[in-house]
Design a protein around this ligand. Structure first.
Ligand SMILES: Cc1cc2nc3c(=O)[nH]c(=O)nc-3n(C[C@H](O)[C@H](O)[C@H](O)COP(=O)(O)O)c2cc1C
Length: 340
């Protein structure tokens, strides 16, 4: 079991935010799956993202090296839809398939916003819907909800991933909101979905900004950020249709746009490098206020060996998206059960 501030993740295997954790049925299936220790929603915005047929995913035609490329933005469903779905699932959990394995499974609600007032409103609505009752006492689900701020989607036209410029807006403004909200409620589990970084000073730059959010409560230094999810897809990549599972579709490129985010097998070494670098820096004297940040390792995990590599580089929890897209919830059994 891995504790991340107020939530407990057991087993320490989860789905990472993706297009297959978008709808009610998909979230219910992930919740009912005994091989996931938490359910991460697709990234929601306040009003829903305007999805169209330029937003797609393609799988590479190579069974041995699972690879995806996608041009998705965020979920077409607004945050309010996720709050409703999660309320329904948690309310009806006594009727779930295997209640003894599900009693503490948390939801990680992936959200994003381009400005501070919108993010403030989103966090307030999560707090009031799921973590507090109308008389302001903690709801029975207060410890079942975490927030992951997606700072790293590479597919939004005109809006580069904020975490690549950590000391500038909008990231500084969004982090200031998370600090404000955490000051009001220091039990709130908040994480950041980070992009793949490719050179050393990028890691130092983001950590310096996050370290700057620390403050003192009752003599102890605390930081609003409880976890990092490393990494999101690698942006600006391109595959030809001839490389994919649908080579006869008639189009030249795997995605109509044609650039997108790469995930799966080719991302794995970069994801491992990111997890290794963050875990080393988080345990160093330079960032001692951040030493309790838990790393959720994501990127190209497709089997038990991948899980073991993530753990050996410092991830306490391991997540997967492309594998889940290929196999559905059964994917997570592959990450735990040696007999598969
Ligand atoms: C089709 C698809 C949709 C995704 N959508 C999101 C998303 O909404 N939010 C997010 O933070 N990451 C999203 N991701 C990124 C994944 O969470 C993950 O970081 C990335 O795919 C690397 O993991 P993998 O190699 O296991 O696929 C998406 C990935 C895929 C393949």
């Amino acid at each position: 079991m891995v504790k991340i501030r107020s939530i407990e993740v057991e087993p320490a295997i989860i789905n990472s935010s993706c297009a297959w954790s978008s709808d009610r049925d998909q979230l219910q299936a992930l919740y009912d799956c005994t091989y996931t220790g938490a359910v991460t929603t697709r990234t929601a915005t306040i009003g829903g993202f305007d999805e169209n047929d330029t937003h797609q995913v393609a799988f590479v035609n190579d069974e041995a090296h699972l690879t995806t490329i996608n041009s998705y933005g965020y979920s077409p469903h607004p945050l309010s839809t996720y709050l409703g779905v999660i309320t329904d699932i948690l309310s009806s959990e006594k009727t779930s398939l295997v209640p003894e394995r599900l009693t503490s499974k948390p939801f990680i609600i992936s959200i994003t916003a381009s400005d501070a007032p919108t993010l403030r409103e989103m966090v307030a609505s999560i707090q009031s819907t799921l973590r507090y009752t109308p008389d302001d006492t903690a709801s029975p689900w207060a410890h079942r909800i975490a927030i992951e701020l997606n700072t790293s989607c590479p597919n939004i036209s005109g809006a580069p991933p904020p975490a690549y410029t950590p000391s500038a807006p909008p990231l500084v403004d969004l982090l200031a909101v998370l600090k404000e909200e955490f000051k009001k409620d220091t039990s709130l589990t908040i994480g950041l979905k980070l992009p793949p970084y490719v050179y050393q000073s990028q890691f130092h730059d983001i950590l310096k900004v996050i370290a700057g959010l620390s403050f003192v409560v009752d003599g102890a230094t605390v930081n609003p950020i409880a976890f990092f999810t490393c990494t999101n897809t690698l942006g600006n990549t391109l595959l030809f249709t001839s490389q994919t599972a649908t080579p006869s579709s008639g189009s030249k490129y795997a995605l109509p746009v044609p650039l997108g985010g790469l995930a799966g097998h080719p991302l794995h070494p970069l994801a491992l490098g990111n997890v290794h670098t963050f875990s080393t820096l988080l345990q160093s004297a330079a960032f001692s206020d951040l030493k309790d940040i838990v790393i959720i390792g994501v990127g190209g995990v497709t089997d038990i060996s991948g899980v073991q590599r993530m753990r050996a580089t410092g991830a306490q929890v391991v997540g997967a998206a492309s594998l889940f897209g290929k196999y559905g919830p059964e994917a997570f059994q592959r990450l735990i059960d040696e007999s598969i």
